[in-house]
Write a protein that binds this ligand. Structure first.
Ligand code: NAD
Ligand code: ZN
Ligand code: ZN
Length: 361
């Protein structure tokens, strides 16, 4: 059997997205069919639409989603129809060299659905990050479904599926922020704001938010920033230094993805401190640093993919913290929108008006 549902499709490079009818097959072995309840609009969806990821058009966009499992393939045991799940793009294989060494968050062979979703004329669709959840229903690998407490709002929960997890994980997993640390976060959009919340959860004593937009600094404060710096007006490195006794922060998280902000992060950390790059650069960007500074300052220069998260470990834990009032996921939901408003949401994202627009179905 197949299902005809409405979904947001990007047909070509830079072209506005369109709402279309697509065909979703019933789940085969290892797969699950999920009825989507909510899906956040992430910067990466826009990268896909602009052809910045690859040329496999048409894309099915959307990958920060929560929903309910409708049916599963016959061999699937970990999730069942009726389960409330967050979709992830790290269904680990358990077999690759990273998984076998006990570091599954670096898995090199993550699972996606094997069957293709198509347009009504049979054209195969490429789901963004193997998900494609700006749709009434989508087909994923069963391992991409992480069951969480049904009491969570779908709009808030879905955000853990990408950007918010990336930010929180950049602080707690990659940056290994600890009790009493000083942390600076450069760029406080959805990802950076989540890094601020993550630093707080990990026990950081000082959390410095840096952005060029005062609106972002306001939400950063709500999420636990103890200090804010508008780096349009002042030098970010000097300001972070002044707030840390002249030394710099123990951990600096770069959540913009540009060489100039990476350099700020590099020089704004204390000796032997850690820099975490979570912002995604574009292919033409280059970085030049005196090698002696890289050597002499010691410490660690890391990058963070999806916050080095393990969905099965991190999603249920973070949803519990949310339900206990210790992690304000609702603060990331600037607006809820309908399925046919994704293009408008890209526009608002471009102007920096939102942390997240979330499609609610
Ligand atoms: N590593 C991952 O797994 C992962 C996952 C999701 C997103 N990302 C990436 O993280 C980055 C941030 O994503 P987002 O959704 O928060 O985007 P966003 O557009 O919402 O936020 C970017 C923020 O950076 C600020 N900014 C821009 N230039 C700046 C500058 N020179 N100095 C200081 N601040 C500046 C903007 O004002 C904005 O608040 C993107 O590059 C995105 O692709 C990475
Ligand atoms: Zn693996
Ligand atoms: Zn994303």
């Amino acid at each position: 059997m197949t299902h005809q549902v409405r979904a947001v499709v990007a047909r070509g490079k830079g072209a506005p997205v369109s709402l279309e009818t697509i065909i979703v097959p019933d789940p085969g072995p290892g797969e699950a069919l999920v009825r989507i309840e909510a899906c956040g609009v992430c910067h990466t969806d826009l990268h896909y639409r602009e052809g910045g990821i690859n040329d496999d058009f048409p894309f099915l966009l959307g990958h920060e989603a929560a929903g309910v499992v409708e049916s599963v393939g016959e061999d699937v045991a970990d999730v069942a129809p009726g389960d409330f799940v967050i979709l992830n793009w790290r269904a680990v294989c358990g077999q690759c060299r990273a998984c076998l060494r006990g570091r599954p968050w670096y898995c090199f062979d993550t699972h996606n659905a094997k069957q293709k979703m198509t347009l009504t004329d049979g054209t195969e669709l490429s789901p963004a990050l193997g998900i494609g959840a700006f749709a009434e229903k989508t087909l994923v690998a069963a391992g991409q479904c992480t069951k969480v407490d049904r009491a969570a709002s779908a709009a808030a929960a879905g955000l853990l599926g990408c950007g918010v997890m990336a930010g929180i994980g950049a602080a707690i997993n990659t940056g290994n922020v600890g009790r009493g640390d000083s942390v600076a976060v450069i760029g406080c959009g959805g990802v950076g704001a989540a890094a601020i919340a993550g630093a707080g959860l990990a026990g950081a004593a000082k959390v410095i938010a840096v952005d060029i937009d005062d609106r972002k600094l306001e939400t950063a404060k709500k999420l636990g920033a103890t200090h804010t710096v508008n780096s349009k007006d002042v030098d970010a490195v000097e300001a972070i230094g002044a707030l840390t006794g002249g030394f710099g922060a123990d951990v600096v998280i770069e959540a913009v993805g540009r060489p100039e902000t990476y350099k700020q992060a590099f020089y704004a950390r204390d000796l032997a401190g850690t820099v975490v790059l979570v912002g995604v650069p574009t292919p033409e960007m280059k970085l030049e640093l005196p090698l002696l500074d890289v050597f002499g300052r010691g410490g660690a220069l890391k990058s963070s993919w999806y916050g080095d998260c393990l969905p099965s470990r991190d999603f249920p834990m973070l949803i519990d913290l949310y339900l206990q009032g210790r992690l304000d996921l609702d603060a990331f939901v600037t607006e809820t929108i309908a399925l046919d408003e994704v293009e408008k949401a890209f526009e608002r994202m471009h102007h920096g008006d939102v942390l997240r627009s979330v499609v609610v179905l």
